[in-house]
Design a protein around this ligand. Structure first.
Ligand SMILES: Nc1ncnc2c1ncn2[C@@H]1O[C@H](COP(=O)(O)OP(=O)(O)O)[C@@H](O)[C@H]1O
Ligand SMILES: [Mg+2]
Length: 296
């Protein structure tokens, strides 16, 4: 089944994002549901991508577990039959695409780690020779691997795009000790996951984490190493000096480039083959990362 909206859930809305709907479950938990919606250039499409929600949820679930020796996380359960508040009756709708999590006190920093030169990091490098004040070797090309992964936090803007900030700024905002820990954990997580992904033929070029405090402990919340929070590249197609194909949205982007669309809503209707190829790519990411066959 395809899931567009979650209005059948009669709980207070915590937030509805472009792709995920999050509900309050009592005073200390959240239900995070990943729908099959897709967005590009910040515009949500009318068409749904079959199985996308399950794939994103499953990938995140895999990484929370894979990285639990580095840091604890917000997951309570992904088994709908254990959900409280009468939610277990929505097994059909929610199983595989949702998580019950502990509500944590989020730290107001988007913890970005970059292993490769792309996106706003590339722009910064071209303009200043640095990224967020971090010196880098001269002569790097687009998509080149950096000598070491770097920590380049940004602040969550309430609206529009996030703003890159220096590590010193984060220290001022949340204190030196916590800032050090965020940096250390972020880099450790990136190294562990990117080394693993490489063995599956996927480059994780960069990623974003959101941390929070739960019972006085630092934990990782939100999502982990999904194609939504990270740049995934196909290792076999990797070639520095040009834009890499986006692992998940490559067919969507290529199709959109053939159109005369101004990237403002309303989004165009997608052809069936673009929908199918995009869905297949998501499933491939799931299977390569988790090593499991995807169960629709
Ligand atoms: N365990 C948690 N406790 C509290 N807030 C969380 C937790 N996990 C994620 N969040 C927050 O929930 C929101 C999820 O929204 P999201 O679907 O990512 O949409 P967007 O990125 O557009 O805000 C984010 O603001 C995130 O910081
Ligand atoms: Mg988000």
């Amino acid at each position: 089944m395809l899931l567009r909206n979650t209005d059948f859930i009669e709980l207070p809305v915590f937030v509805k994002g472009k792709v995920r709907d999050v509900y309050e479950v009592g005073s200390d938990m959240l239900l995070m549901v990943v729908t099959d919606r897709i967005s590009a250039f910040d515009v949500v499409f009318d068409d749904l991508i079959p199985n996308k929600g399950k794939v994103l949820n499953g990938i995140s679930e895999f990484w929370f577990d894979y990285c639990k020796d580095i840091i604890g996380n917000h997951v309570v359960t992904t088994d709908v039959s254990e959900y409280p508040m009468g939610l277990s009756k929505f097994k059909e709708e929610l199983q595989g695409r949702s998580m019950l999590v502990k509500k944590v006190k989020m730290i107001e920093a988007e913890c970005i780690v970059r292993g490769y030169l792309e996106g706003s990091g590339l722009k910064d490098y071209i303009a200043t020779g640095k990224i967020s004040g971090i010196e880098l070797p001269k002569g790097l090309k687009q998509a080149d691997r950096l000598p070491e992964p770097i920590f380049t936090p940004s602040t969550k803007a309430k609206e529009g795009h996030d703003i890159n900030v220096s590590y010193d700024y984060v220290k001022e905002q949340i204190g030196e000790e916590l800032a050090e820990k965020l940096k250390e954990k972020s880099i450790e997580l990136y190294k562990k996951a990117s080394e693993y992904a490489m063995t599956k033929g996927i480059i994780i070029a960069d990623t974003k984490f959101e941390f929070g405090i739960l019972n006085g402990e630092l934990v990782i919340a939100d999502e982990m190493f999904t194609p939504d929070s990270s740049r995934f590249w196909e290792l076999s197609d990797y070639e520095p000096g040009r834009t890499q194909k986006s692992f998940d949205k490559q067919f969507l982007r290529e199709y959109l480039e053939t159109l005369d669309w101004n990237k403002q809503p309303p989004a165009p209707k997608l052809p069936q083959d673009v929908i199918e190829k995009t869905s297949a790519k998501y499933i491939e990411a799931y299977e390569r990362i988790t090593g499991k066959k995807f169960q629709a």
